[in-house]
Write a protein that binds this ligand. Sequence first.
Ligand SMILES: *[C@@H]1O[C@H](CO)[C@@H](O)[C@H](O)[C@H]1NC(C)=O
Ligand SMILES: *[C@@H]1O[C@H](CO)[C@@H](O)[C@H](O)[C@H]1NC(C)=O
Ligand SMILES: *[C@@H]1O[C@H](CO)[C@@H](O)[C@H](O)[C@H]1NC(C)=O
Length: 402
Amino acid sequence: MKLFCFYIVAYIQAFNLHFASDPKALCLDGSPASYYKAEGYGTGAKQYILHFQGGARIDGSTQDQLIQSAYLRSKTQLGSSKDLNKQMLFNGMFSRSQNKNPYYYNWNLIHFNYCDGSLHQGYKSDPIEYLGTQLYFRGDVIVKSFISDLFQELSTADTVIVSGCSAGGNAAYFWIEYIRALLPQNVTVYGVPDSGMALNLLAIDGTDYPTESLIQLIDLVNIEVTHPNKQCVEKYSKESWKCYYAQYLFEFIKTPLFIIQSMYDYFSLTVRFKIDCAKNYTLTNCSKEELDFAQNLYKQNYEILSQRKKDYPETGAFAPSCLEHCFLLRDYYDSSDWEVPGDSGNTIQVALNNWLNSKTNPEDNFYVDKVEWPDNKKCSNSDYNNYSPLYVLSILLISHII
Ligand SMILES: *[C@@H]1O[C@H](CO)[C@@H](O)[C@H](O)[C@H]1NC(C)=O
Ligand SMILES: *[C@@H]1O[C@H](CO)[C@@H](O)[C@H](O)[C@H]1NC(C)=O
Ligand SMILES: *[C@@H]1O[C@H](CO)[C@@H](O)[C@H](O)[C@H]1NC(C)=O
């Protein structure tokens, strides 16, 4: 009997690997693009979440560096489907356990595996040969093939949530209008991008490597096809790199969004902006200049999110003043350490469900931390090392002088 129950649970929980049917939908190494899908049942049978996997992108200041970066990636699971497991389990919002994930455990949950290296977009018909390997750049046709393979069921769905984290959060912003336009109007579509709102700011040393390498990427993969949001590309025809930043793309996204984003995005701080002192998920060891940079990031995020809310009042958000990157498919999803405001009971799970099912005012449900770091105490890691030596020194000075 126990064994029997185990099989039932395993059957219900499993995500199965599927390959894209379009023969042009290839990963960097030429293997077929793939997604994991767990079938919905019961009340979730007509409910869908499409989640674009994250994993940064190929980068470089020159075409040669980009191609080298693509070559290295083609040897990993972020550039190939060769070594993927036939079955998979996920956490957080993609958990199949009713206990852990009461709202979505029985939905159709689909994980678009990321293997094109170019933010789930871009296309080159001819592969590029590098060190004897043919490299394929097919993000655009991969996503279109997934949507076309799933089209029949998606077009009779009640709800389709377009999500993803990091590079996959970018992709959710890029593709949401395309998906919305394709599906019948009686299918409700929402966007729930996680940690996909990188801001266009110079790093603390005044450099802008991310945009530089983005422009190289566009030269490589966006000659034959544009970015998926055509309206944005039309407006920024001379600066199409802007369409890769949510702050410029928002104007062209009419679909309701619930934005999940740390106000101090860990990846942005440490990688994009070179705030090295933040590497232990806290700002306690930062200099005044670094701390000012981080607090400016808070202010910019606050402004951009508030503007979106003003322009599109149905916008929801969960944006804590703590350093992290990617929440939805991790334990943060329902952790009481991650609430906005702190200790309010508003976990991501609660906040998102309030927004999706709000019978009251859809214009509420904007959970953006009003306090700066470290005042959302439970997630701030601020007593990790209490205060930075500089801060302690200044307190000592002040208390002695005054
Ligand atoms: C939407 O409309 C189509 C055709 O009119 C119908 O087949 C489908 O069941 C409808 N979907 C929902 C969720 O009502
Ligand atoms: C992070 O923590 C480790 C171990 O405590 C320490 O050695 C390192 O210096 C810390 N890094 C920063 C940037 O503070
Ligand atoms: C702060 O820096 C010191 C010295 O490098 C290190 O030992 C400590 O672990 C750091 N604290 C944090 C929280 O990173």
